[in-house]
Structure formats: C-alpha cells, structure tokens
Design a protein around this ligand. Structure first.
Ligand code: HEM
Length: 332
C-alpha cells in the first residue's frame, strides 16, 4: 500500500520537499513558543504557590504569559497548514481516530488561555495559584493530545483496525509509554528556558537534563526505528553541554545568555529528529514524499510560490520591526 493506492492523487502545487522544509522550519518557532510558555507557566505557578509576587501584583512571568500564548497559537498555524498539505491523508485519519479528544483541544485551549488572563488581570490575587495551576494542567494535556496525534499518524497500517474497534473516536495511541516519553522529550527544554528567561533559579534546568535523557532514551528505544543514532547522540551531547553550563558557568547573566542560545539549538534538533522519525516510520509503511510527488495532480507553479516567499519575508521583516519597537518601550 502507498499514498497513491490508499488515497489517490493529492493536489500539491510545488515539490513536496519545499513544503516539508517549510513545515520543519515553521514548526521550530512553534515549538520554541510552546517550551517558553510552559517554562514561564511552571516557574510562575511555583512562585505563586510559595507566595512570591502575589501581593505585589503579577510578576514578570505572569505578565508575559497571555502574549506568549497568543504568539504560540499564531505560530502553530503555519505548520498546521503545511502538515495538512503533505501528510493530509495520514494526519486527518489519525485526528479522526482521536475524535472527540482531538476536538477537545480547542475548548481546553480557550480555558487555558482564560486562566492566564485571570492570573494576569484578576484582582483576586489569592486565586492566582489556582488559575495558573489549572492553565498549566490544561496546557500539558493539550501537548499530550498533540503527541498522541503525531505518533498515531505514523501508523497508517493500524488505522483500519482501530476504527473497526470503535468508529466514534477516542482512540489514544496504542503505546502510551512511547507517547509519554515523546511528550516529555519534546517539552523537556521548558524548565531551562523558563529559568533563563525569568532570571530564575538555575536549578530548574536540572529537570531539563533529567527529563531530556529519560525521554530521549525511551523514544530512541521504542519510538524511532530506522533513525540514525547520530541524531540521538547529538541530543545527549546537548544535554551534557547544559549540565556543564550548570556546573561551570558562575556568572548568571552569561549563563542565561548561553542557555537561551542552547534552547534554540535544542529545539532545532528536536524538530529534525521528529522529522526523521516521521520519514522513517512512514517509509516503512510505503508512504514517502517521492510517491506524493508522483501522485501529484498539480505541476509546480512558480509565480504564486515566489509571491508567497516574498510575502513571508515581508511578514518576518514586519515582525522583527515590531519586536524591536517593543524592546524600545512597548511592553508585552
Ligand atoms: C497550548 C497550546 C499548544 C500546545 C501546548 C502545543 C504543543 C505541541 C506539541 C508538544 C507538539 C509536538 C507533539 C509531538 O510531536 O509529540 C505540537 C505539534 C504541533 N502543533 Fe502545537 N501546541 C499548542 C497549540 C497549537 C495550535 C493552536 C496549533 C495550530 C493552530 C498547533 C499546531 C501544531 C502543529 C501543526 C504541530 C505538528 C507539527 C509537525 O508535526 O510537524 N499547536 N504542539
């Protein structure tokens, strides 16, 4: 079975590799926003629980949360478009298998977002730990549903059996241990990133090291068949580098700067490894982007592509301009 036999030709107006690059590139930004949100949320919640910042009004982490969530959601849209375009048949089917759980992402997201606004603006400061704790829990659940869907879409050979077991959805990925450690691995940089961003206690970053090692070890063992060990070796090297920074870099400002750069690299590596896992897993089931190219209904039309790239460059330029204006005084 392959793409063509299973789903018929797919209309894609450019070489699939072009969209794959855009998918990987745009997802990198979404992932960094997810990790930042989670880092800010965990640390702000922990601070609120022990009472820091509650009386004096929202601290920096809480003030940044609503805008970070807005940025995260907006940065999720581009990879969603590219994912649907080139992996539509498998991604749609895995979404249908999750069914109501997948549809639940939207209401959960609205509740999580609401909790951040309450923590930021509500005059009832004693409720802040509750608002933040609820949002944190919901964000973790949303991420877990994403991990389930991203793992499910790699097993098209099992779709029919799962559907026959229950056509009304609600099917989590069959190997929950694998999904749990994938989720842990993808989210693990959040602690270090949050601590660096908030100039907080650097010991948070040890959680990144521990969760990163556990997640990578299990994922490599049971969720990444065919993926070169070199990628995971690089992942361990990055985790070891973080441990060295924790032990050896005494100057706090320098440590924070190094960790922020580290987090950008680590997110890039996670994105590349996820892409490798996807390529290898789908190839084993007969789904490759080469076949997609062969089954393509449309030939490449360059003018819209060039216009698209120009607009993308323009939009990135505008975002950069807004960012620099923000740094000059307009706060988030
Ligand atoms: C609080 C909200 C969100 C959280 C915590 C979150 C978290 C995540 C995580 C952890 C993954 C990776 C899962 C894995 O590979 O195991 C992911 C993937 C993804 N997210 Fe989000 N997400 C959120 C909101 C959104 C929204 C609103 C969108 C779209 C508008 C979106 C679009 C995507 C897409 C398209 C992917 C997969 C990209 C790919 O596989 O190449 N996310 N998200």
């Amino acid at each position: 079975m392959n793409y063509v036999e299973a789903f018929g030709p797919v209309p894609v107006p450019a070489p699939p590799g072009f969209f794959r690059a855009l998918l990987v590139g745009t997802f990198w930004f979404h992932l960094m926003a997810v990790q930042l949100l989670l880092g800010l949320l965990v640390i702000s919640w922990a601070r609120a629980v022990v009472g820091r910042g509650a009386e004096t009004g929202p601290d920096r982490g809480i003030r940044h949360l609503p805008a970070t969530m807005a940025i995260l959601i907006n940065l999720g849209i581009p990879p969603l478009l590219f994912l649907q375009l080139i992996y539509g048949p498998v991604f749609y089917t895995s979404s249908i298998l999750l069914g109501s759980l997948w549809m639940g992402v939207i209401p959960l997201l609205m509740l999580a977002y609401g909790g951040l606004y309450l923590a930021r603006y509500s005059p009832r400061r004693q409720c802040v730990p509750l608002y933040l704790g609820t949002s944190l829990f919901l964000v973790l659940v949303i991420a877990y549903l994403f991990s389930n869907n991203m793992a499910w879409m790699l097993r098209p050979g099992d779709f029919a059996a799962a559907y026959q077991n229950g056509a009304s959805g609600g099917h989590l990925y069959p190997d929950q241990a694998q999904v749990f450690f994938r989720w842990l691995w993808v989210l693990s940089p959040a602690f270090a990133l949050g601590a660096a961003w908030l100039e907080g206690d650097r010991r948070w970053a040890w959680l990144t090291v521990a969760a990163g090692i556990a997640g990578a070890a299990v994922l490599q063992g049971r969720g990444a068949p065919g993926v070169s060990g070199v990628f995971f070796a690089l992942d361990y090297v990055l985790l070891a580098a973080l441990a060295v920074m924790l032990l050896a870099v005494q100057d706090s400002a320098r440590w924070r700067k190094m960790v922020l750069h580290w987090a950008i690299l680590k997110a890039a590596l996670i994105v590349v490894i996820r892409d490798q896992i996807r390529q290898q897993a789908l190839a084993k089931e007969g789904f490759t982007l080469d076949l997609l190219a062969q089954s393509n209904l449309l030939s490449t039309t360059w003018l819209p592509l060039v216009l698209f790239l120009l607009m993308l460059a323009g939009a990135i330029g505008i975002l950069g301009w807004m960012w620099s204006r923000g740094r000059q005084g307009v706060t988030l």
